[in-house]
Design a protein around this ligand. Structure first.
Ligand code: BG6
Length: 488
């Protein structure tokens, strides 16, 4: 296994994301041998930590990870802490010196990865100083990793993009959407493009509708400050659900590389036309959870949530793609907090067979085939088909083919962040979001958001926690004579 060489500079090195996700992911790469002797990490943040304290923090984040205490200590010794005020030019000079020193000390070939793991309002300043204080490496590569949220509407996303583009080109920017690092999302392309029995029916000729559900059982947790400014539409639909839509519906890319895949995704997202206000009212539903006996707090009762908050914790909607392959195939989506169970799944519902000649029990219509991809928790897929009932009956009845990914193999597979970091080290942009994709999805989301912001509480439906959301979400489908495949 080849070792990658790089210096990571993490802005926000003392933060929650760094401790929960990045350090364990970097350690995973170290444990795998993809990072070994030749890597170093500079964590920067305001707090006045020492390197020793930083090492303790890093080790603390690895509790439960495999490997010996000795291995974890050796890993943590690659970490350097720099107390840093992002607005102070002098600090970037210190950072630059430390970066050059570590580059020589660890023989990093001038490779630098900048990680923005802090609030987006600082990105512009950081990018500006990275450039002016010459923190970009003159040899090797420079790559920038940006976390979500990437803007809160098209205008702010564009501003953010312009800001970071002062120092980094599109080629160097890696925008994270951790859903693209998930096993079954990565499986969409192989499933679609290497199985003729799926590839040849992947269109409006055979598919009736597509359903995407990202349900969570947790509530807003400790993230009130952020969530009150976001809501489920921005938090889950604009990014994760739109990326899933793009992977499911893009044309076959001309090659298996990031440029071709980004182009295919961009094209299909551009074919989703933003709704008019009237269309928003007809096609989108928003809800907020309400607690009660044994159901915990209502959203409005949670810490740091406004008592009259109209922020949605649930969204359901219908999206249509205006191109030859997909015209007439609704994509129904829903996501919410405090639903009955954590379940992320995609149901592709096929059109029923025409002119059936076979008997069915009670003359019921023949069931439509459904291909279900389960992203979480039981990663795998099901296909429902029709066959003969066992025994003397010749009636047709449905059965399911189940394919669960091997649990032991899955447990061994690296977590999404680790995979994404490896992709960045390898310069593989396939699992990241291109600016054009973001721009297209923000245009759509803005149209919905604007209507909701004008309507305020009007149209906000309340749903009891631990349910599938407001009944209006079912009506979205029932008016089209359809139902959600996953009923909770
Ligand atoms: C994040 C959202 O992007 O995704 C969170 O900000 C959400 O609100 C999370 O809980 C869900 O991700 P996962 O991997 O748990 O499905």
């Amino acid at each position: 296994m080849t070792e990658e060489r790089a210096l990571f500079i993490i802005f926000g090195g003392s933060g929650d994301l760094a401790q929960r996700k990045l350090y364990p992911a970097l350690y995973g790469l170290y444990f795998q041998g993809r990072l070994a002797k030749h890597f170093a990490v500079i964590g920067t943040a305001r707090r006045p930590w020492t390197d020793d304290h930083y090492h303790e923090v890093v080790k603390q984040s690895l509790v439960g990870a495999p490997g010996s205490a000795h291995q974890k200590t050796e890993f943590a010794e690659h970490f350097y802490y720099q107390s840093h005020d992002v607005t102070d030019a002098a600090h970037y000079v210190t950072l630059q010196k430390l970066a050059s020193k570590l580059n020589l000390q660890y023989q990093l070939d001038g490779n630098r990865i900048f990680y923005m793991a802090m609030a987006p309002r600082f990105f512009a300043t950081i990018a500006e100083h990275v450039k002016s204080e010459q923190l970009l490496s003159p040899d090797g590569y420079n790559r920038l990793i940006v976390e979500k949220p990437f803007g809160r509407d098209y205008a702010s996303a564009k501003q953010l993009n312009d800001d970071i583009s002062q120092a980094f080109s599109e080629e160097q920017i890696y925008r994270i959407d951790h859903y693209l690092g998930k096993e079954m999302v990565q499986d969409i392309m192989p499933l679609r493009f290497t199985n003729p029995f799926l590839e040849n029916v992947w269109s409006n000729q055979f598919i009736d509708n597509i359903q995407i559900t990202l349900a969570e059982d947790i509530g807003v947790e400790e993230r009130a400050g952020y969530y009150e400014t976001a809501g489920a539409l921005r938090d889950m639909v604009q990014n994760h659900i739109f990326q899933i839509i793009a992977m499911l519906t893009m044309e076959k890319p001309s090659r298996y590389d990031a440029t071709a895949i980004h182009e295919a995704k961009r094209a299909v997202l551009a074919a989703i036309k933003p709704y008019t206000p009237a269309q928003v009212h007809t096609n989108f539903v928003r809800g907020q959870y309400v607690g009660g006996d044994n159901l915990g707090l209502s959203y409005r009762e949670e810490d740091n949530i406004a008592a009259d908050s109209t922020v949605e914790t649930y969204v359901a909607g219908r999206v249509d793609i205006d191109n030859d392959r997909w015209r007439g195939v609704p994509i129904y989506l829903r996501t919410g907090k405090k639903m009955p169970a954590k379940t992320s799944r995609i149901d592709i519902v096929f059109k029923p067979t025409k002119d059936n000649i076979l008997p069915t029990t009670g003359n019921a219509p023949v069931r439509a085939n459904v291909v279900t991809l389960i992203i979480e928790p039981d990663t795998g897929m099901h296909i429902t088909l029709n066959g003969k009932e066992i025994g003397v009956s010749d009636a047709v009845s449905p059965f399911t083919l189940d394919h669960a990914l091997d649990k032991d193999e899955l447990a061994k597979a690296p977590e999404a962040y680790q995979r994404l970091l490896l992709n960045i080290l390898e310069g593989n942009k396939l699992t990241f979001t291109h600016w054009d994709e973001l721009a297209a999805s923000w245009h759509f989301i803005d149209a919905v958001r604007n209507v909701w912001d004008n309507d305020k509480a009007d149209g906000l439906a309340f749903y009891p926690s631990e349910t599938m959301g407001p009944k209006q979400a079912d009506e979205l489908l029932s008016r089209d004579y359809r139902t959600w495949i996953w009923q909770g």
